[in-house]
Design a protein around this ligand. Structure first.
Ligand code: TRP
Length: 346
């Protein structure tokens, strides 16, 4: 929405905020890695940007074929965004599947996307490599949804005139593909049919360690779920793998997974104080874990409560998403019509 800005000399004009857009694919339990690396940075942009955030449910269909499971995951991600603080009055919030224009733009973009570009996508290449290593047919288990995933994602992005796309490092290539595709379209029609977006990666939290020290990821089975009950949260934290240093030994916070997680949830003074205690010695891993539990639970407690309230009230959730879809479609229709007019399909 444009802002009326009054300059100090009394003149006034409208200022358009830049547009931030991102989506989450509902393929698993939301975990604190998603929260810290995706949800929180995206929400921090609202206010500065016009934000458009959504649930990429058709992307999830590529892998989740059980209807009960998919529908539960969609609701979980939707409630997760809201519980984490998304304000539907300030953010256009919707499900990808509620915006049919996404699929029209996908078809429009297909004609401008080289097959070679899709062959180079990391996710597709990794799947082919895994098949080859197992001695299977290179395309075993790979559906066209996975193969054309970057085109659907480009449509998500380009449909809403996005300036910036806050994503994790693993999604940067997809945003670059959206740039490529938009440029090919614009070049062909000699006009700016589609806005060329930029990826926005928050470097400091790009990797959130999981329970085993590797990047937190559902495929590694090392996650701390975002909505896990308090008791379960403590248990999981106690399971974080540590070395065998004794209580009295000084410890290096920089190489500790516990400290790496702590830092994401603690205030700057708390971080400094705890780092000093690590270095002094006299603090065992058990105590470090208790401290981690305290700051994690402090932040996640209220989010968990809001999540439970939303989960118990499906009507409110549906209404919020329906209103978001209505607003989103106004923008989406304008984009596909702009494309149609440029392409001679009007
Ligand atoms: N591919 C993204 C992921 O797996 C999800 C996604 C789908 C997305 N469409 C998007 C992210 C558009 C940003 C913009 O995390």
């Amino acid at each position: 929405m444009p802002w009326l800005y009054i300059f100090p000399n009394g003149c006034y004009g409208f200022i358009m905020k830049k547009i931030s857009l991102t989506g989450i694919k509902p393929t698993g339990l939301l975990h604190i890695g998603n929260y810290v690396a995706a949800i929180k940075p995206a929400l921090a942009l609202t206010g500065t940007y016009d934000a458009r955030y959504f649930i990429a449910d058709y992307h999830a269909l590529n892998t989740i074929k059980d209807p009960t499971e998919l529908s539960a995951l969609i609701r979980q991600v939707a409630a997760g965004w809201l519980a984490a603080g998304l304000d539907p009055e300030r953010v256009i919030f919707y499900r990808q599947s509620s915006i049919p224009e996404t699929f029209e733009l996908t078809t429009q973009l297909m004609a401008f996307t080289s097959k070679g570009l899709m062959n180079r996508a990391h996710a597709y290449k990794a799947a082919v490599q895994a098949n080859t290593e197992r001695g299977e047919d290179p395309d075993a288990g790979i559906n066209m949804g996975l193969y054309t995933y970057p085109v659907l994602m480009a449509a998500d992005i380009l449909l809403f005139d996005s300036d910036v796309v806050p994503v994790g490092q693993d999604q940067v290539q997809h945003v670059e593909m959206a740039q490529d595709i938009a440029q090919v379209v614009n070049y062909n029609y000699k006009q700016e049919v589609l806005k060329v977006p930029q990826a926005l990666v928050k470097e400091s939290v790009a990797v959130v360690p999981g329970l085993d020290g590797r990047k937190m990821s559902k495929s590694y089975g090392n996650i701390i779920p975002l909505f896990t009950p308090e008791k379960e949260l403590r248990k999981l934290i106690m399971r974080i793998v540590t070395n065998s240093q004794a209580v009295e030994e000084p410890k290096d916070p920089e190489t500790s997974q516990i400290y790496a997680l702590y830092r994401l949830f603690a205030a700057p003074e708390e971080q400094t104080a705890l780092a000093a205690r690590y270095r002094e010695g006299g603090m065992g891993w058990g105590e470090a874990k208790e401290e981690l539990f305290r700051v994690l639970n402090r932040e996640l407690g209220p989010i968990r409560e809001r999540f439970q309230a939303l989960a118990a009230d499906p009507k409110t959730l549906d209404d919020i998403l329906a209103r978001g879809a209505e607003k989103a479609r106004v923008i989406a229709k304008a984009t596909v019509n702009r494309f149609r007019a440029a392409a001679g399909i009007d």
